[in-house]
Design a binder for this molecule. Structure first.
Ligand code: DAK
Length: 259
């Protein structure tokens, strides 16, 4: 499959798919085509047993500068209502395997929201995160007001969304928006390394762990604990659980089969 706005590569041995946003002329602005291509690739990866985790990255100076402002400019209220982009964001959100963002440079607006669709974020020291939509007379449209506040808390999220000011990688680290900060040359390598580790784990357990972790954003503790218990019980029926425990007892490396 060839794409116009992204490139993809698969490390078959590691079971890691890397998606690179590739609209350098527009600072990787997320137009409808780019979002739909990312969603298409993720849907295929979801069905592909040979993929255990995904790394998503941009360029050295920009991860993504947000929604494509030039595309957005042509939409009136009816155009916004009929916009296909919310559907593609939903498709991206529904990806059930771990997705790691490797961020260098700007991650703004929809770019920052794409980062928040990822399960783990590795940032280069040069990374800058922001929700500057307010400068355009709009507000975040892909979950930025909701996910940012749940991730970094009210004071910082409110400051970012109302002022449009950016935060640097180390501030994002302290605020729990990113998991690790590394030198920019190592961002993709570190994300790939982590993706490789995760892809080597039992896939059903990984999938259920992701689902349970994400649920904590949107549910009360009791319901979340119930979901965790059900997932935990379900895993008792898997071959991989037997294998993991047997391997521990026999002091050998487990061989997970995804069943
Ligand atoms: N869209 C389109 N083009 C962009 C762009 C963007 N977001 N950001 C940069 N570019 C283009 C510039 O127009 C320029 O192209 P040329 O003029 O050379 O053709 C090129 O990329 C380089 O940009 P600059 O010349 O501005 O480069 P600088 O280094 O001076 O500045 C910058 C870099 C990233 C600080 C600056 O470009 C900038 O402020 N960009 C805009 C950032 C921004 O405001 N982002 C938020 C966009 S609004 C929704 C879901 C999500 C959203 C909306 C709805 N639904 C589901 C309904 C999200 C909205 C947004 O993200």
């Amino acid at each position: 499959m060839t794409y116009q706005t992204i490139t993809t590569s698969t490390d078959t041995a590691a079971k890691v798919l890397t998606i690179t946003l590739n609209r350098p002329e527009a600072f990787n602005a997320l137009n409808t085509q780019l979002l739909s291509e990312v969603a298409d690739v993720l849907e295929q990866a979801d069905q592909d047993q040979g993929i255990g985790a995904v790394v998503i990255t941009g360029g050295p100076k920009v991860f993504a500068a947000g929604a494509d402002i030039k595309e957005m400019a042509s939409l009136d209220a009816v155009g916004v209502m009929n916009d296909a982009r919310p559907k593609h964001w939903r498709r991206i959100y529904q990806f059930s395997k771990p997705m790691i963002a490797a961020v260098n440079g700007y991650a703004l607006g929809g770019g920052c929201e794409l980062v928040m669709h990822c399960d783990i974020v590795i940032a280069g020291e040069s990374a800058l995160f922001g929700q500057p939509e307010i400068n355009l007379g709009i507000i975040p449209g892909a979950g930025g007001t909701q996910r940012l506040i749940r991730t970094v808390g009210k004071p910082l999220a409110t400051k970012m969304v109302l002022s449009g000011e950016m935060i640097d990688a180390n501030t994002a680290l302290r605020a729990n928006l990113v998991a690790e900060v590394v030198i920019p040359e190592r961002t993709i390598e570190r994300a790939h390394q982590l993706a490789t580790t995760i892809a080597s784990k039992p896939p059903i357990a990984v999938r259920l762990a992701k689902e349970a972790l994400l649920k904590s954003f949107e549910t009360d503790l009791e319901s979340g604990l119930n979901l965790e218990r059900k997932a935990f019980t379900l895993l008792a029926a898997t071959e991989d659980r037997k294998e993991g425990i047997a391997a521990f007892m026999e002091k050998r490396k487990p061989e997970f089969k995804g069943c």
